[in-house]
Write a protein that binds this ligand. Structure first.
Ligand code: PRX
Length: 571
């Protein structure tokens, strides 16, 4: 495979080899403002610090969607988030309380999220497509006390069934919700001053954010990150996103997912960058228009989006001026070499892959502007990060041997716990000294890592991570469904699509109509992105003697591959 050599330009860091030798996370601490007590606050660092250092008039946020088009300076965001911090304090939010945010992207989302962090709350962002059951599971597990949402989405919050939930805050609403304390964001915010006295100075190990994510078994788990993660957000955004003072940066991810917070909020703002947020749905025209409109220079997106752009009619490119772009990056799924080649052809830039996970909180293995890119490879570990391929006993494997992708523990944005689930947390660290990612990969002689697959049943579909268990559990709640097994089926555009195998209860027969009904059921009860695009009806599903559905066998059937060892299968 060819190697794409770096272009000359202005790079934040020219020499990664040197940086890898001398790097010390302690040096990054010096960037931040440690209050008189030795404490810190990530939201203050992201916004107020720039104002204090004379960059208050710089544009922090360009926000637009179909009906709004607004720009905020760092000073303006500083005032707004300070008002929000006073508001949350007056509403009784205490350090460590879980405050959830469930709404489409808007400036209010960002202000509320940072304002809540300012008073020391642990924020929990929820993707707007979640339906009632998904919302309930997450609020119940986290024991959230407040949720900020819109009147449209509020109906999906079953507050009567959530004893810990004390307040619903509505953005853009004026009607009380019965049976719970309802407050109105705009009216409430208005009442409060914009000084910084409501800021809570927290310990670096105090909670910052709780992102729920899927595994292959069990309910979604709350991945808990602390303020110290900002060291990773800051330094990776500087050296991998290569953010410079005059950059206009666009991360296309929603803050409901970790990319949308680590690199849609913290990374860019800790570096004082100009951040673009575009609301609404994906369309090639809209996205290219966004790049042109804001003269985006640094663009962080996902393979699925690139593949959809690739599939758009060729002449679309000639309609837009995309010459402002200077650096393009990707995350979330394997970045196919043909996508990298396409990027080179149409944008005249390399697309830089980055590898990390909700649990890692920030980038760990990346491609860098000033280093060669091998298309198809995730790149090399970030300075200060030791990644390796290990066997099941913790021995490091030599180059080109496949094994567990693992990282030596101790990077700043490493998750600190799985909320109320120590056993799950410990599974990641079962081999002393290592974090085990659940991905299989190999490393080549030059130190580049190559992704091979997940070694559990987690499905990455259109850049989103879904657990088969949550979908299966929902499927069997449908009156027609006796049993269900869910797998990811390879798909050219989406990476994988969700495919469900279903056996029906007595009295039900397969029909196209039933299939549609089941799909709608998942869409309205769980989330649109969790809908199985394909459903296959089966007389019986393959199960172990203990009754577990064998997804591995379903997958082998689907892909026409050998089913492997069937000794545990029930006859
Ligand atoms: O399997 C890997 C895949 O996404 C998983 C993590 O998903 P999530 O926590 O939702 O985070 C996604 C964005 C940070 C990983 O275990 N993944 C992530 N990046 C890559 C990737 N697979 C291949 N190449 C990547 N660059």
């Amino acid at each position: 495979m060819e190697t794409l050599q770096p272009k000359k330009g202005t790079y934040a860091l020219e020499d990664y080899t040197k940086a890898r030798e001398s790097f010390d996370w302690k040096d990054v601490e010096k960037v931040f403002t440690w209050s008189k007590t030795g404490n810190v606050n990530a939201a203050y660092e992201a916004i107020d610090r720039h104002v204090k250092e004379g960059r208050g008039q710089k544009t922090a946020l360009h926000y637009s969607d179909a009906s709004r088009d607004e720009t905020y300076t760092y000073s303006e965001l500083c005032d707004l988030t300070n008002k929000a911090s006073h508001m949350f304090r007056d509403l009784g939010v205490d350090k460590g309380d879980r405050v959830f945010i469930f709404m489409p992207r808007s400036p209010e989302l960002y202000v509320a999220l940072l304002g809540a962090i300012k008073v020391g709350a642990v924020v929990g962002p929820l993707f707007e497509a979640f339906m009632q059951d998904a919302v309930k599971a997450r609020l119940e597990d986290s024991e959230a006390t407040m949720i900020i949402t819109t009147p449209d989405l509020a109906s999906r919050i079953p507050h009567q069934e959530l004893p810990s939930l004390k307040t619903i805050m509505l953005v853009g609403g004026s009607e009380e919700i019965g049976g719970i304390n309802t407050v109105f964001y705009e009216t409430e915010l208005e009442k409060h001053p914009s000084d910084d006295t409501a800021i809570e100075w927290v310990d670096k190990e105090d909670g910052l954010i709780l992102h729920y994510t899927s595994g292959s078994t069990g309910k979604p788990k709350g991945v808990y990150h602390v303020h110290y993660a900002m060291l990773q957000h800051y330094q990776t955004a500087k050296w991998v996103l290569d953010l410079q003072d005059n950059d206009v940066y666009w991360c296309t991810a929603d803050p409901g997912w970790v990319t949308g917070t680590s690199y849609g909020i913290f990374g860019p703002w800790l570096n004082g960058a100009t951040n673009v947020v575009r609301g609404g749905r994906f369309s090639p025209d809209d996205w290219y228009h966004t790049i042109e409109k804001y003269q985006v220079t640094v663009w962080y997106s996902a393979p699925t989006a690139f593949r959809m752009l690739m599939a758009a009619p060729k002449d679309i490119l000639s309609k837009y001026d995309l010459s402002s772009l200077r650096h393009i990056l990707s995350v979330g799924e394997p970045l196919n070499p043909e996508v990298v080649r396409w990027g080179w052809e149409v944008f005249h830039h390399r697309i830089h892959d980055t590898w990390w996970m909700t649990e890692t909180g920030g980038m760990l293995i990346c491609n860098y502007l000033s280093e060669p890119v091998k298309p198809g490879s995730m790149g090399k570990p970030f300075p200060g990060v030791h990644a390796a391929i290990i066997d099941d006993f913790g021995n490091e494997l030599p180059p080109n041997e496949m094994g567990n992708l693992a990282v030596q523990t101790g990077w700043p944005s490493q998750m600190r716990k799985i909320w109320k689930n120590d056993a799950k947390f410990e599974e990641y660290f079962a081999i002393p000294g290592w974090y085990i990612s659940g991905d299989t990969a190999y490393r080549d002689e030059d130190g580049y890592f190559w992704f091979q697959g997940r070694n559990d049943d987690v499905i990455m579909t259109a850049g989103e991570r879904v657990g088969p268990f949550e979908i299966e559990s929902k499927l069997v709640e449908h009156p027609a469904v006796a049993e269900a097994g869910v797998i990811g089926k390879p798909d050219e555009i989406r990476g994988h699509i969700i495919k469900a195998f279903i056996s029906l209860r007595d009295g039900y027969d397969y029909s196209e109509e039933l299939k549609k009904e089941i799909q709608t059921f998942i869409k309205t009860e769980l989330a649109a992105h969790a809908v199985p695009r394909e459903i296959e009806f089966k007389e019986k599903l393959p199960k172990t003697r203990s009754g577990k559905i064998m997804r591995r066998v379903l997958k082998a059937w689907e892909l026409d591959e050998p089913t492997g060892d069937l000794s545990t299968m029930d006859d």
